[in-house]
Structures are given as structure tokens and as C-alpha cells.
Design a protein around this ligand. Structure first.
Ligand code: KPL
Length: 300
């Protein structure tokens, strides 16, 4: 199986590093810059137990050079999906294309570029941080799930899940990928904006009354929106968010990392999307509206 990772940021590099380390044929496809330059000398991967390995992994800035792929993992920021895919048509030609991004709407965007039957959605609650160019820290374990978004699962989906599992990323195949995406979005709605604004690692939310209250309020609102959309959640989303905050206690959320580095955040596809969809369904979302506005202000 040849896996291409489009967008080797923190999560993409972590996945690519683990797969390559386990002997899978992987190519990382990134934008020109210091991270890709450094990856040419190998990916430094710090594991949750603290030790660091250098993993030899193929890297290119030309998506066509990574073709053909059996599976393309899309790990770019949600606001970059269209741009990344429109420059990668050759790579997408025959591949299954799996979003491993935060936010709502990514699978639908991918379906504008490949037939719906080839669109997969994946979610992961592993924590990952880009420490420096060429160096990613795998900061904590969590659940990983994959499934076809618009079609039934098949052996190719199971082969991807097996490859990830064999590489140390335990992965389940899920029948309802849309619900899995929502469940992950509810985690990010609870954790990301609050940790980015308060400048705390994820674990602080579960360890403090103020943090726990914020998670409860933001997630309960979003749960009502999910309900209005007919999404079947498998667990209490507040409990899941607090559990992920504990499991990734030392990690700084991706939104924290984005604000910290003066980068655009994914607020619009997370809390912002909850506000917009809430409006469509007549569900009030004042906590998410406030978090969204605060992050928009901070990212300017
Ligand atoms: O997905 C994440 C993120 O930071 O975007 C979590 C799971 C919250 C880990 O930090």
C-alpha cells in the first residue's frame, strides 16, 4: 500500500512517521519551506514515552511526484482543503481520499474533487505538536476511526485501519463516519477555543472548575445542533471531551498552537460552523458565538 500524506503538519507528520517506521511506503507532500527542507534529512518523531527517533520518510513538494497512491490522507488545515486538492489532481486520480482534519464539511469538499465512493473520513484524538522544522512530538494517545463517508466500508478501508493499527495508531472502522466526524468536532468545540484563549494545555480544562464549565457549556450547545441535524452520537460528548482533555493533558491544542504562531485558526469550521448551523435550525449558541468572536479577534 502506498500512502500519501497531503499536509505534513503536526498530525500528518505523526501519522506519516508512524506508518514509515512500521515499513509502510509513505510519501509526505508539503509546501516548500523549512519543515519540508528539514524532512529531507529524516523526520524526528518524539514518542509519548519521551524518546526521539529519526524516521526516514519520502517527502516532496510536488503532489504529482507522490502519485500513484492507494490512499491519500488529507491533513491540511480545513480552510486549505480546496487549494491543496486543486493542486493535486494527478495524485487523487485513483486513490481513496481520507480527510483527517478538524471541522465540519471536509468530506463534502473532497467530494468536489473525487467520486463520492472514494471519500473516507477519519478522526483522531491523538495529540501532536510540531516542535521545530522536521520535528514532531506525539503528545498523547486517543481514539482513531475511519470509514467511507458516502458508501459502505470495504476491504480497502479495513486495510488502511490495519496499517495504522500495526503502526501503533489503534484504528477502528466505523459504519457511520458522519457521526464520528461530529463526535470529534464536539471534542474540538470543547477544547480548542478555550485552551487557545486561556493559553493552557488541554489537561487544565479537566482539572479546573472553570475549564470543565466552559467545556460543558460549549459542548452542550453544539450537541443540540448535532441533534437538530439528526446525528446519532454514541456517547455523552461532554464526558468524551473531558476524557480527551485528560488523555492529551500535556498537549497544546492545534488552535493554541495556531494562535501562538500567529497563524489562521480553524475556528470557522469548528465553533463558527456550530453557530451557523445552529442559526439554520433555530438553536441558540451564545457560548460558541462568544468563543468564535474572541478567537477571530485574537487571530487578527
Ligand atoms: O484534535 C485536537 C486538536 O488539538 O486539534 C485534540 C484532540 C484536542 C488534541 O489536542
Amino acid at each position: 500500500m502506498h500512502v500519501s500524506v497531503l499536509g505534513p503538519g503536526a498530525v500528518g507528520s505523526m501519522f506519516g512517521g508512524h506508518l514509515a517506521r512500521a515499513g509502510v511506503d509513505v510519501t509526505l507532500v508539503g509546501r516548500p519551506g523549512p519543515h519540508v527542507d528539514a524532512l529531507n534529512d529524516g523526520l524526528r518523531l518524539t514518542l509519548p514515552d519521551g524518546h526521539t527517533e529519526t524516521v526516514d520518510v519520502a517527502v516532496t513538494t510536488d503532489p504529482a511526484a507522490a502519485a500513484p497512491a492507494d490512499v491519500v490522507l488529507v491533513c491540511v488545515k480545513s480552510y486549505d482543503t480546496e487549494d491543496a486538492l486543486s493542486g493535486a489532481r494527478e495524485l487523487l486520480a485513483d486513490a481513496d481520499v481520507c480527510t483527517f482534519q478538524n471541522g465540519l464539511g471536509n468530506a463534502e469538499t473532497i467530494a468536489e474533487f473525487v467520486p463520492r465512493a472514494r471519500v473516507l473520513a477519519g478522526t483522531t484524538s491523538h495529540g501532536a505538536t510540531l516542535e521545530a522544522p522536521g520535528h514532531v512530538r506525539h503528545a498523547g494517545y486517543g481514539d482513531t476511526r475511519v470509514g467511507r463517508f458516502f458508501a459502505e466500508n470495504d476491504d480497502r478501508v479495513r486495510a488502511l485501519a490495519d496499517a495504522l493499527t500495526n503502526a501503533g495508531i489503534d484504528t477502528d472502522v466505523v459504519a457511520d463516519a458522519r457521526a464520528a466526524v461530529w463526535e470529534k468536532v464536539l471534542v474540538n468545540v470543547g477544547i480548542n477555543a478555550a485552551t487557545a484563549l486561556a493559553r493552557v494545555p488541554n489537561g487544565r480544562l479537566a482539572d479546573t472548575d472553570a475549564g470543565t464549565r466552559l467545556v460543558q457549556r460549549a459542548v452542550r450547545e453544539a450537541e443540540r445542533v448535532a441533534d437538530a441535524e439528526g446525528v446519532d452520537l454514541s456517547e455523552d460528548p461532554v464526558e468524551v471531551s473531558l476524557r480527551v482533555a485528560r488523555e492529551t493533558a500535556a498537549n497544546h491544542s492545534s488552535m493554541y498552537q495556531d494562535l501562538d504562531r500567529d497563524r489562521k485558526t480553524e475556528i470557522d469550521s469548528l465553533n463558527g460552523e456550530i453557530v451557523g448551523r445552529g442559526r439554520d435550525h433555530g438553536v441558540e449558541t451564545p457560548v460558541n458565538e462568544t468563543l468564535t468572536d474572541l478567537v477571530r479577534l485574537a487571530q487578527q
